[in-house]
Design a protein around this ligand. Sequence first.
Ligand SMILES: [Mg+2]
Length: 297
Amino acid sequence: MTRRGWLHGLAAVPAALGAQVQRPRIVVEEVALRLRHTWTTTMSSSDERRNVFLRHTRDGITGIGEGAPIVRYGENAYQAKDAAESLISTLGHENPLAYVDYLREAFRRLTGQYAARAAIDISTMDWVGQKHGIPLYRLFGLDPAKAPITTFSIGIDKPEVVRQKVREAEVFPVLKIKVGLDNDEETIGAVRAETDKPLRVDANEGWKDKETALRKIRWLESQGVEIVEQPMPAEMIEETRWLRGRVNIPLMADEACRSITDIPKLAEAYDAVNVKLSKSAACAKRTKCCNWRAPTA
Ligand SMILES: [Mg+2]
């Protein structure tokens, strides 16, 4: 099933269901999403993603949230569904309009369950936004015109498949290319045979020593790469600080940064952090992460 197909299948449900609902109704579902291409990174390879979706219906409104379990953090869809379902009765008795306390209590009970948290968080905020009749950016006081351009990701593959993926991604102005293996030069060469778009690369902790990372990044500097994400393992903060002093491309933390509390210790090793709902949950917390600034002396 595709994500769009699943959502279209819901289209007729919320209004009809909402008109009859007297009590909140929360449903959690595990959905297998079929991928167009095998998705490969340094960590894993798969032909489908099993995500969890949560539908929260009350007052005739249905908020929908999705959680994508991350293997890197020991998650899977079965556990995520189980974790989200364990909170159904609690969440059903609380008031989601007071979403700060509502989500704090949910997250306190779901330690380490990032996908379940994300599904609860997104469905709650979707419901709150609909209840107020405004989009979330307005609820959070943000200007959508200032939103940065995001990337479309291309997974590791054979050169001819990489070229096909790049052609299919024609409408996206910036690409993120997965690297971190011995064939990185071949992969970037395949991309550059198709496009001169700005590129960002994600090594997913694949370069295991600082000398390899330095050599790779200096070559990538000649290929129009503008950001390198998670070049070395998350725990190699000191080595990444060493690396940062020797390259011109900004370094971005991903696996090294799971929450806003991780940011201060990373400030000298990285130039930026990748903030995702799937690992940090909490839409409101994300805006805090995005606005974090290092203290000035
Ligand atoms: Mg990443």
